[in-house]
Design a protein around this ligand. Structure first.
Ligand code: ASP
Ligand code: MG
Length: 402
């Protein structure tokens, strides 16, 4: 028996016409797939609009209420899609995250999935129904509604695919698949046919917006093949699967960029044990993700520590930084939002030395200064001035012949 989870993003269900279109496509798939689960995002820009409404009321909404508000977006789309399917004669039933038993931790607005029950999903599938699930939402073990962070419907879909042992998970979106760079920035960027989980994970973490990072982590942990494809045509998209199943292994697969981060610098921090632990411990306690970190060579027993965080977290980071700067006796703090992170990703880097040097040389030849560097076995990221970000992507895409 085949079982597939399909996920449709906000742009694919932006209005009634598009919802009907998705319904047609889902009904068509059901003819060849025995068990079908469909996860939907909120219509179009609904989530942004809801956030804007909240902002008009308060600059600091309680996170619990933010989740109560945001979770309504997906409730609208799940019900409308189920109606559209039934109208077409396809037997469908919609379910919220709570009904599906997507149990999360208590980290409101970016909760992590702890467990997926899916008991009722299985019951409905057995009756032959298409189960339409509201993405992005979950519930704590105390019955509080949570959301999974922006783009979280991807993770709902993959988590369900893992729990139900789906054959694969299809992510339907408004682009043809995963590209070698953002086609809006690099006109010559092209679709990648297949990419490994690890590469996709690095790409999602460094700015590729097609998939939420956490969904890729989940897919990798549970070995769920992902197919990222267009909701507007039938063409094949990009398959994301384990590295040993990938036929072609280019040295560099993609160039990504991200201007949503901010750089925070603690100047003149005492160079002694426990200082970094206190600083990053405080950020971790506040559930703030820190990305790149660098610490300078110390001079006169003092050093500078810089790190990047998401701009959305900057308010909280400023508050925490004031307190911490005092308690660790830092001389000053700086906050800089005008940065861009540009990254090269490729599984072949592991075995091909010299990629970093070539990357840095290319940037230097184009007059761009590098402010921070971080690497993993298959990724090199640099921070440059924000205004240089897109140009950096273009020159690197060309240099590495993508
Ligand atoms: N609607 C949510 C968002 O806009 C979740 C998603 O689209 O995946 O982030
Ligand atoms: Mg998305």
């Amino acid at each position: 028996m085949s079982l597939v989870v399909q996920k449709f993003g906000g742009t694919s269900v932006a209005d009634v016409k598009k919802i009907k279109n998705v319904a047609r496509r889902v009904a068509e798939s059901k003819k060849r797939i025995d068990h079908l689960v469909v996860v939907v995002s909120a219509l179009g820009d609904t989530t942004d609009q809801l956030l804007e409404l909240a902002r008009q009321i308060t600059s600091n909404p309680p996170e619990r209420e933010t989740d109560m508000l945001l979770s309504t977006g997906e409730n609208v789309s799940m019900a409308l899609l189920a109606m559209a399917l039934n109208e077409m004669g396809a037997d469908a039933v919609s379910m919220t995250g709570q009904q599906v038993e997507i149990i999360t931790d208590t980290g409101h607005t970016k909760a992590k999935i702890r467990h997926v029950g899916a008991e009722r999903v299985i019951q409905e599938l057995r009756k032959g129904k298409i189960v339409v699930v509201a993405g992005f939402q979950g519930v704590t073990s105390d019955g509080e509604i949570t959301t999974l962070g922006r783009g979280g419907s991807d993770t709902t879909a993959v988590a369900l695919a893992a729990t139900l042992h789906a054959d694969y998970c299809e992510i339907y979106t408004d682009v043809d698949g995963v590209f070698t760079a953002d086609p809006k920035v690099v006109p010559g960027a092209h679709k990648i046919d297949e990419v490994s989980y690890l590469e996709m994970l690095e790409m999602a973490a460094t700015g590729a917006k097609v998939l939420q990072s956490r969904s890729v982590e989940y897919a990798r942990n549970y070995n769920v093949p992902l197919h990222v494809r267009s909701s507007f045509h039938e063409g094949e998209g990009t398959w994301v699967r384990s590295e040993d199943k990938i036929m072609e292994k280019p040295i560099v697969s993609a160039v990504t960029h991200d201007s949503s981060e901010a750089k925070v610098t603690f100047l003149g921090v005492p160079d002694k044990p426990g200082v970094a632990a206190e600083l990053f411990g405080a950020l971790a306690d506040a559930n703030i993700n820190v990305d790149m970190i660098i610490q300078n060579v110390s001079e006169k027993e003092r050093t500078d520590i810089s790190f990047t965080v998401n701009q959305d977290d900057l308010r909280d980071v400023r508050k925490i930084s004031m307190k911490i700067a005092e308690s660790i006796h830092a001389k000053d703090t700086r906050f800089d939002e005008r940065i861009a992170k540009v990254s090269l990703i490729g599984a072949g880097m592991k075995t091909n030395p010299g990629i970093a040097a070539r990357m840095f040389r290319t940037l230097a030849e184009n007059g761009m200064n590098i402010e921070m560097i971080s690497t993993s076995p298959i990724k090199i990221s640099v921070v440059v001035r924000e205004e240089n970000g897109e140009k950096a992507v273009r020159v690197l895409h060309k240099e590495f012949g993508l």
